[in-house]
Design a protein around this ligand. Structure first.
Ligand code: PEP
Length: 259
């Protein structure tokens, strides 16, 4: 069975530590003590320590938005997996499209980061997805295959089962456009089919595959009702506690799925 995971990617928001603390406090109060749905907050790195203090005693996890593949060294501006763990992280986002397309991050870099995150005992959230142009050219499955095989190369079935994937069509991120439930389910089912081929059916059935791309309270329930959508990676709507909590509420109506 897969427990749904709702993760908030705050990106480069909010501007101040006190706003980050207030947002985390509101989410903590709204989520409460139950862990029927997994919830993770991914604030900017400078606020991780403050948000970790707020989340103490709550089932909510803490995630980085990125990390480096090396454990230490001369990498100005970077963070290691061990640093994320030390500040309280349980998860880290890897290969977000804003890094792949905005900063030129490659599948092989994502793969190196994935191995480093697993070695640091972080739960990686590996993002995948096609651009609008690729979708219009009917290249979605080819793009996903390239990203999956490059980003997940060389990991064991057990490591795969402990890795979260997030299907995030680039054209739906931060644009207000959302994949229809049919479009999302079709891509998610394709991803699970690929996982079954590479790692076996039993492993594929254990992998949490989130959807991301303008998820909001109005569309969360219909997306989360799809059998291969095991949660959401939420950007914009995660910055408003009430909106994020409404999405968590929609996941609570589903809770677990798969076998
Ligand atoms: C994201 O940042 O991963 C994302 C999906 O953003 P948004 O929800 O704003 O589209």
């Amino acid at each position: 069975m897969r427990t749904l995971l709702i993760a908030g990617n705050w990106k480069m928001n909010p501007s101040t530590r006190s706003e980050a603390v207030a947002l985390a406090e509101a989410v903590k109060a709204g989520v409460g003590p139950a862990a029927d749905v997994h919830v993770v907050l991914c604030p900017p790195a400078v606020f991780l320590g403050a948000v970790d203090s707020v989340l103490e005693g709550s089932p909510i996890g803490l995630g980085g938005q990125n990390m480096h593949w090396e454990p230490a060294g001369a990498y100005t501006g970077e963070l290691s997996g061990a640093m994320l763990v030390d500040v309280g992280c349980t998860h880290t986002i890897l290969g977000h499209s804003e890094r792949r397309h905005g900063l030129g991050e490659t599948d092989s870099q994502v793969n190196a980061k994935l191995k480093a995150a697993l070695a640091a005992r972080l739960i990686p959230i590996v993002c995948l997805g096609e651009t609008q142009e690729q979708r219009l050219r009917e290249q979605t499955e080819a793009v996903l295959t390239t990203q999956l095989s490059g980003s997940l190369a060389g990991i064991t079935p057990e490591e795969m089962a402990g890795t979260v994937l997030a299907y995030e069509p680039v054209w739906a991120i931060g644009t207000g456009l959302t994949a229809t439930p049919d479009q999302a389910q079709s891509a998610q089912a394709f991803i699970r089919g690929w996982l079954a081929q590479q790692f076996g059916e039993a492993t594929a059935a254990r992998v949490v595959v989130q959807y991301g791309g303008s998820v909001k309270p109005e569309n969360a329930a219909e997306l989360l009702a799809c059998p291969d959508i095991d949660g959401a990676l939420v950007g914009g709507a995660s910055l408003k506690a009430n909106d994020f909590l409404a999405i968590v509420g929609a996941a609570r109506d589903v809770t677990t799925r798969g076998g």
